[in-house]
Design a protein. Structure first.
Length: 383
């Protein structure tokens, strides 16, 4: 007997993010203990050929050699709030977890999964096939699979709160970060196609349930007394920057937004920050470094912007990192999307620049909004 389900693709993809079922692959998933799975293997080539004519690959999922730790590291890159140190798999196997995620309540041991192209997944379960041949069942399964594979629109979990109406000025990542991101992306695509990502379901179920409660909440940014940058809600990840690059980043956190030319007005501020957080004692050398950055004759500012972006993209996905690095359109002001109120930069601003009125204060930013004003003429209408 065949039964089908049509859950929303976005619901399942959100639970598994960054993993998802490929849009050009039909997955056959089994606990490997049924007569159908044995018969399916004998007819694998027949079913594979039928799918290939429609532009689909066929994947039969096997976990004989799966590096779970590597899978979990990739999962954490896209889910930085996932704590690898608190992974306790339960006694259920991946297949039981899969049925729960797909919201299949019936008892079944053989499942086909395919993306239909109509914002849904098609889940096809097979049970009690003794009265029919496997070929007949597979031909029926084919009736639920689209005639042509349709691409899915990929998206990140965290959408930017600010939707720019202009094109962002793209900053290159440093070579090492580019390599890291490329390797992670390549491995992710391999795992999507092979379906091996399902092997970590027993390890991430608790986190999947927590995501429902988080509703996309991102981490605050915290600077400690040694000027180290941490993201507390993302397992206290440290963002490592050189002292001059970090000084520029702190200046942006204080001011919020700059035109590049406007930076010249804050050269002394940048030097003060640099003196506080750097271990250097050669003031002349420090002043020259700051001066060269501010002059920006060789795009030094953008070099530092790139280093900041690389530092965040090295530890988690761009869809999350873009809230924290400096960005902005070409020939437009540059800014950091994270709200100043989600940081503790006020603590350092008050020490270093107590009278600088171009930086908003903590009292100003956290002040309750004024009550709405009442037009006195409106009051007299009711007297």
């Amino acid at each position: 007997m065949i039964k089908t389900y049509s859950p929303a693709d976005s619901d399942i993809s959100d639970k598994l993010y960054p993993f998802s079922f490929s849009d050009k692959t039909v997955y056959y998933i089994s606990n490997g203990k049924t007569n159908f799975s044995e018969k399916f293997n004998q007819n694998f080539s027949f079913f594979e050929a039928q799918l290939k004519n429609r532009g689909f690959d066929l994947t039969q999922i096997s976990y004989s050699v799966v590096d779970v730790e590597k899978l979990l590291n990739i999962y954490q890159y896209y889910n930085p709030d996932f704590d690898l140190q608190k992974v306790y798999p339960d006694n259920k196997n991946y297949f039981e977890h899969l049925l729960e995620i797909l919201e299949i309540t019936e008892k079944t041991e053989d499942v086909f999964v395919v993306f239909t192209g109509f914002v849904t997944l098609k889940i096809i379960t097979v049970n009690d096939f003794f009265s029919r041949s496997v070929v007949e069942l597979l031909e029926e399964v084919l009736t639920f699979i689209p005639e042509t594979a349709i691409p899915r629109f990929e998206r990140g979990r965290y959408n930017s709160r600010i939707t720019p109406v202009y094109e962002e000025q793209e900053l290159d990542l440093d070579e090492k970060t580019q390599k890291t991101v490329s390797e992670i992306t390549e491995k992710l695509n391999e795992l999507k196609k092979s379906g091996q990502f399902l092997a970590i379901l027993p390890y991430i179920e608790y986190h999947i349930n927590q995501i429902k409660k988080m509703d996309g909440k991102s981490s605050n940014l915290y600077i400690d007394d040694d000027y180290r940058i941490f993201l507390p809600e993302y397992n206290n990840i440290e963002i490592k920057l050189s002292h001059l690059t970090k000084s520029l980043y702190f200046l942006f956190l204080m001011k919020g937004k700059f035109d590049i030319d406007e930076l010249k007005e804050f050269e002394s501020h940048l030097l003060i920050i640099y003196k506080h957080i750097s271990y250097q004692e050669n003031i002349d050398r420090m002043s020259k470094s700051v001066s060269n950055l501010i002059k920006n004759e060789n795009n030094e500012v953008y070099t530092h912007f790139s280093r900041i972006k690389s530092a965040f993209c090295k530890v988690f996905d761009k869809s999350i990192a873009e809230k924290y690095y400096i960005t902005g359109g070409k020939n437009r002001p540059k800014y950091i999307e994270i709200s100043k109120k989600e940081t503790n930069i006020y603590d350092f601003q008050e020490k270093w620049f107590p009278t600088e009125n171009r930086f908003s204060t903590k009292a100003e930013d956290f002040a309750p909004p004024p009550p709405p004003r009442t037009d006195i003429s409106e009051v007299y209408k009711y007297v």
